[in-house]
Design a protein around this ligand. Structure first.
Ligand code: ADP
Length: 254
């Protein structure tokens, strides 16, 4: 388990993400509905559900980017907003496209590092870790989607956090990149970090994750290990399709 000075006192489950009856309503749309589950350190937990099931909203609520209508999301026993050094505790890749295109990859990360009291040496380290060392001084506007995904992952890793959340990180990556992500996720979990990973690529998820949380229409549909799901169904994809049948929707639950 990754434990750091300045973290929560003993007794708090360091690195655990806990959702307690989390609910988010946008007007008449219930994006997240009474959602409770925990995500444990040392594992890659896959977060699955049809489009509109509430996955991104849940990640935003955990990161304090949106306020819950009711219930709460905690990281290491605290709300994100009350973490003292959030980037050193939680890293996230939500929307890789949302980067200022005029800056270089290095300057983008340096700016994030400075505002979070992280040294510039760490910027070079994470750029090398994600394979962007050679294009560090190039403007992000010229980057492919795959390179932007790598840059977003570098930003998530910048504070060396114990908890990492990635929303569709393999979008835009070629097969080499997909394999690289898989190995990165597994190695981060093996270091004792908590990895929450959303993806709609079932075969890839079966290779990367060891635990799975499935949501449909904002509600919890299943929380199990990949081994349990594949033992009961032929494959993770079959399990997913059987469990989410009826949850596929357009426009969210009402
Ligand atoms: P997923 O990530 O699983 O595809 P989302 O969390 O993006 O699902 O969306 C869940 C539901 O909430 C959808 O019906 C979506 O249209 C709605 N929703 C998400 N964000 C907003 C918002 N800011 N305003 C209004 N509706 C939203």
């Amino acid at each position: 388990m990754v434990r750091r000075a300045g973290g929560p006192p003993p007794g708090i489950l360091y690195g655990v993400i806990e959702l307690h009856h989390l609910t988010k309503r946008y007007g008449s749309t219930l994006a997240v509905h009474d959602l409770s589950f925990t995500v444990q350190p040392g594992h890659v937990t896959g977060f699955l559900g049809p489009n509109g099931a509430g996955k991104s909203t849940t990640l935003r609520l955990i990161l304090g980017l949106d306020a819950p209508t009711s219930g709460q999301a905690l990281v290491s026993g605290r709300r994100y907003a009350s973490l003292r050094r959030p980037m050193r505790e939680v890293g996230a890749l939500l929307d890789a496209g949302a980067v200022h295109g005029g800056r270089s990859a290095y300057d983008h990360l340096l700016c994030l590092a400075r505002t979070n009291d992280i040294g510039s040496r760490r910027v070079a380290e994470v750029l090398d870790q994600v394979g962007l060392g050679g294009v560090a001084r190039k403007r992000v506007s010229g980057f492919s989607l795959g390179m932007k995904q790598r840059l977003g992952i570098a930003a998530a890793l910048l504070g060396d956090p114990g908890v990492l959340m990635f929303d569709e990180p393999v979008n835009g990556l070629d097969p080499d990149g997909v394999r690289w992500i898989r190995e990165l996720m597994r190695s981060l979990a093996a270091q004792g970090r908590t990895i929450l990973l959303s993806s709609h690529l079932m075969s890839e998820m079966a290779l990367t994750a060891d635990r799975i949380v499935i949501v449909g229409r904002g509600r919890l549909v299943a929380e199990a290990t990949v081994t349990e799901l594949t033992a009961r169904h032929h494959s993770l994809e079959d399990a997913y399709l059987a469990l989410t049948a009826g949850s596929v929707q357009y426009g969210g639950a009402r």
